[in-house]
Ligand binder design. Structure first.
Ligand code: ASC
Length: 151
């Protein structure tokens, strides 16, 4: 292979690798927008339970149950949008340089939703309050390590 062709082939391979690493997103910015949208929805459906667990508004079993079910669906969404090659937004470089730690933080969050879901489905308000607090801790821990401060 001559040198020019070699460079051409290498560039082609690199673009295939970086494109496939971004999975279903055409551009890194699309992935950033997607994961931020998913996080915004998660924040809404998690945050709206705050006043309930703080006993500021009445506990409604069916509303909480539906909300937690939705949160479970939403919680599956953001992770594919952190594929290699999608660095940006408020995601710290540690998301990729410490991929194992980020994965553990994700698993901790997803695991925290299990007792939250059990409590919501059972209509167990006291257990819900405990589980809510643990999920909030897992959100905060991940943000502290992997999300940059707002500019
Ligand atoms: C929320 C939200 C978070 C977490 C976190 C818990 O409602 O948007 O990121 O709770 O603040 O400490």
């Amino acid at each position: 292979m001559n040198k020019k062709l070699g460079v051409f082939v290498a560039a082609g391979l690199l673009s295939i690798v970086s494109t496939s690493a971004m999975a279903q997103f055409a551009k890194a910015d699309d992935a950033v927008e997607y994961r931020e949208a998913a996080m915004t929805l998660m924040s809404s459906h998690f945050g709206r339970m705050g006043p309930v667990v703080k006993k500021e508004i009445p506990y409604n079993k069916e509303q909480i149950k539906e909300n937690v079910a939705l949160l479970n669906r939403l919680a599956a969404l953001p992770w594919a949008a952190y594929a290699p090659g999608t660095e940006g937004g408020r995601a710290k470089p540690e998301v990729w340089s410490d991929a194992e730690g980020f994965k553990q933080a994700k698993v901790k969050y997803l695991d925290s939703l299990k007792p939250l879901t059990v409590a919501a489905d059972a209509g167990d308000f006291d257990a819900l309050r405990v589980a809510f607090g643990n999920t909030a801790k897992s959100c905060k821990a991940c943000h502290d390590s992997y999300r940059a401060k707002k500019k």
